[in-house]
Design a binder for this molecule. Structure first.
Ligand code: FAD
Ligand code: SIN
Length: 528
């Protein structure tokens, strides 16, 4: 095998193999078998936030539900900071996209042979969640990968780590600014993690589908891949990044001190009738919101935080003991099994839970076609900010958004991008001159942990100006330390992720400091 970096050319380059990336690859490949599509993903092909989705996908499916009601719930959850046109379009197009997912082989649970079993979650005024037990994401990820396997024009590269987008910054040594309107993306530099070689992937179209950034926090439901790489890359290339102040903390992650990531207890458990109780066994959501346990996530997460502060307890509890145990075990087998593995019998014991960072509403700003402000660069899924979620995402609207916007991107590419090719300039090899193996890798992991604790302690559910400025000071120090390390080190996934997490944390803090009012998931004591 050659040790020299290669220049690999493709029509379409997709970064990430979750629902946002794979659904686009499948649609493009099916419609035009002559297109060359490369999907590069930094871990195993099935490792993604998508795989861990539990509750399901929200969609208006039966005659007891209406688009108007799903739209109203989405806007209310988002505190009306959503883009209403986007909300309407996504929700009205959702049933078609779901039928497609079912045709591709996704097996959603049935209530009876004729009807799907529609679950309920916080903030929804109707039962509208299609699901596969409590492992919906696993089922969807499997379906998408089966489809990809059957399409020879998709090349799926596992353990291929995207480092940076290629723009005129590399081809012309141009210094970009956020005011530039003529930046073009020519592909990405990608590290083959087995050989450590950084190759050029030049592409007509590049699509960022690298997911969220839960790993910026010490306590998160997101797997270790969720380090916001795509958002950080796009930011470095001077793409517009929006709404980073809005993080969604899921109210109910299993309380297991020292375990990371945190295991999720899906909101569908509360939709099924479970109660939230404090350490005295009292239901505390009744005083907070008329929807009690099924208020939207920002409200429930903040209420839990307040209750824990008030009582001094380390967690609150989900009480499922009054529920039909057979039906519960049938709907939530994975949760029952996980609880059993740590000695909790959900038919008799309460489940200890705490809020954990779960979802990033912000990301790379895109228009209705999924286009960023950089030519030939699209973004989809959790890495993108479409305007659907506003200040707080309605439960189970995320997988849906990735499918609907994935479809929009495919349509837009076919209509506008494939007739005339953008000439590719000469792209220089990745410059690794003067770099050496870092002597102490512990410095990298130490800085990663520091970022996670800074964010959890100072930039969590409840913020204040003092905490935000303190966080900024700490992050600045880590930034300078990391840049020194980055410039002199032979690159590794660990150092790239550290650098990206630093960018994400910085964007969250900075955009938090720009807020003038509390809205949805964003809450600063000094603005209250
Ligand atoms: P992901 O699925 O995270 O995929 C990102 C991909 O990019 C991965 O393959 C990753 O390895 C790859 N990648 C990242 N960085 C790089 C890089 N530098 N180079 C190459 N590849 C890279 N939403 C719902 O709608 N319903 C639910 O029930 C639900 N439940 C959830 C439960 C859990 C525990 C979690 C964590 C999330 C849940 N969500 C749910 C949210 C939803 O799962 C995610 O928002 C959605 O799956 C994101 O999809 P994605 O394709 O954008 O990103
Ligand atoms: C859950 O199942 O509670 C998570 C759903 C989501 O994040 O949309």
């Amino acid at each position: 095998m050659s040790n020299h970096p290669k220049n690999i050319q493709t029509d379409i380059l997709i970064l990430g193999s979750g629902i946002a990336g794979l659904s686009i690859a499948i649609k493009l490949a099916k419609a035009q078998p002559e297109l060359k599509i490369i999907v590069a993903t930094k871990d195993q092909k099935d490792e993604s936030n998508t795989k861990y989705a539990q509750g399901g996908v929200a969609v208006v499916w039966d005659k007891f539900d209406t688009f108007e009601s799903h739209i109203a719930d989405t806007l209310r959850a988002g505190e009306y900071a959503n883009d209403p046109k986007v909300v309407k379009k996504v929700i009205e197009k959702a049933p078609k996209r779901m039928k497609e997912l079912i045709e591709w082989g996704t097996d959603f649970d049935l209530r009876d042979p004729e009807h799907y079993d529609l679950g309920k979650e916080g903030g929804h005024s109707a039962n509208r969640i299609l699901h596969h037990k409590d492992v919906t994401g696993f089922e969807i990820q499997k379906t998408l990968l089966n489809q990809v396997n059957a399409l020879p024009n998709i090349i799926l590269l596992q353990h291929h780590f995207a480092i940076d987008l290629i723009t005129q910054h590399h081809t012309e040594k141009r210094k970009h600014t956020f005011k530039d309107t003529d930046i073009v993306c020519f592909g990405a530099y990608i590290m083959n993690e087995k050989t450590q070689i950084i190759d050029i992937y030049s592409a007509q179209i590049t699509i960022i589908a690298t997911g969220g950034a839960g790993q910026a926090y010490a306590s998160t439901t997101n797997p270790v891949i969720a380090t916001g790489d795509g958002i950080a890359m796009a930011y470095r290339a001077k793409a517009r990044i929006a709404d980073m102040q809005y993080q969604q903390f899921h109210p109910t992650s299993l309380y297991e001190p020292g375990k990371s990531p945190s295991f999720l207890i899906t909101e569908a458990v509360r939709g099924f009738g479970a109660y939230l109780k404090n350490d005295k066994g009292e239901r505390f959501m009744l005083q907070i919101d008329e929807r009690a346990e099924l208020a939207s996530r920002d409200i429930v997460a903040r209420a839990i935080n307040m209750e824990m502060n008030r009582t001094g307890a380390e967690c609150v509890y989900l009480d499922c003991t009054h529920l039909d145990s057979t039906a519960f075990a049938n709907h939530f087998p994975n949760i029952v099994m996980k609880c059993k593995s740590i000695g909790i019998d959900v038919t008799k014991d309460f489940i200890p839970v705490v809020p954990a960072m779960h979802y990033l509403m912000g990301g790379i700003h895109v228009n209705e076609f999924g286009e960023t402000n950089i030519t030939n660069l699209y973004a989809n899924g959790e890495a993108a900010c479409t305007g659907l979620h506003g200040a707080n995402r309605l439960a189970s609207n995320s997988l849906l958004e990735a499918l609907v916007y994935g479809h929009n991107i495919v349509q837009h590419i076919f209509k506008n991008k494939l007739t005339s090719k953008t000439p590719t300039p000469t792209i220089p090899q990745w410059d690794r001159a003067g770099t050496i193996e870092p002597k102490e890798r512990v410095l990298i992991s130490h800085n990663r942990k520091s970022i996670q604790y800074i964010m959890s302690d100072l930039v969590g559910i409840v913020r204040s100006n003092e905490r935000l400025f303190r966080a900024l000071d700490h992050l600045n120090y880590i930034y300078h330390d990391t840049e020194k390390l980055y410039k002199k080190s032979i690159l590794s996934p660990q150092i790239i992720e550290l650098r990206n997490l630093n960018v994400i944390a910085y964007l969250i803090v900075n955009q938090s400091l720009e807020m003038k009012e509390n809205l949805g998931s964003f809450y600063n004591l000094d603005l209250a």
